[in-house]
Write a protein that binds this ligand. Structure first.
Ligand code: ZN
Length: 147
């Protein structure tokens, strides 16, 4: 973890220690299992979609601090959003973490703590895992991999 600035580390470590929405959702309408073979991060994502709205979202899993913190912040960000808004946020997050380090990126509020990972390609997979798993769940794919 010596590769991100102190502020970012603080947010990431806080969400790693006390992940939000870290539980199994019994009444899930959508589910996917994500795996990042490069780091060994695994997570199970559960969605309760009511009409067009993500009424509830939760995850369980194990992995590095970045993957867990990203899942925690992702679930906070999409809860209560429409499916379309969540898909748009996925696209913007993906663009933020894959833009070359010397270019400016969109400010995504709390999610911007992950902008620093774009300098570390291996970490991009850790930060993106939860989002790829979200996309898979929305598309009714049971498995997601960052490979
Ligand atoms: Zn990882």
């Amino acid at each position: 973890m010596g590769d991100l600035s102190d502020l970012y580390q603080e947010v990431i470590l806080d969400h790693n220690r006390r992940p939000r929405n870290f539980r199994v959702l019994e009444q899930a309408s959508h589910h996917a299992e994500g795996f990042n073979p490069l780091c060994g991060d695994r997570l199970n994502l559960f969605l309760a979609i009511d009409g067009d709205v993500i009424a509830d979202v939760a995850f369980q899993g194990s992995g590095c601090a970045i993957s867990k913190a990203s899942a925690s912040l992702m679930t906070d960000a999409v809860k209560g959003q429409t499916v379309g808004a969540a898909q748009s946020l996925f696209a913007r997050f993906h663009q933020m973490v894959t833009t070359p380090p010397d270019r400016a990126v969109e400010d995504l509020g709390k999610l911007s703590v992950f902008a620093g990972v774009r300098e570390f390609p291996v970490r991009v997979k850790c930060a993106s895992l939860a989002w790829h798993t979200l996309k898979a769940a929305l598309e009714r794919n049971e498995k997601a991999s960052t490979e």
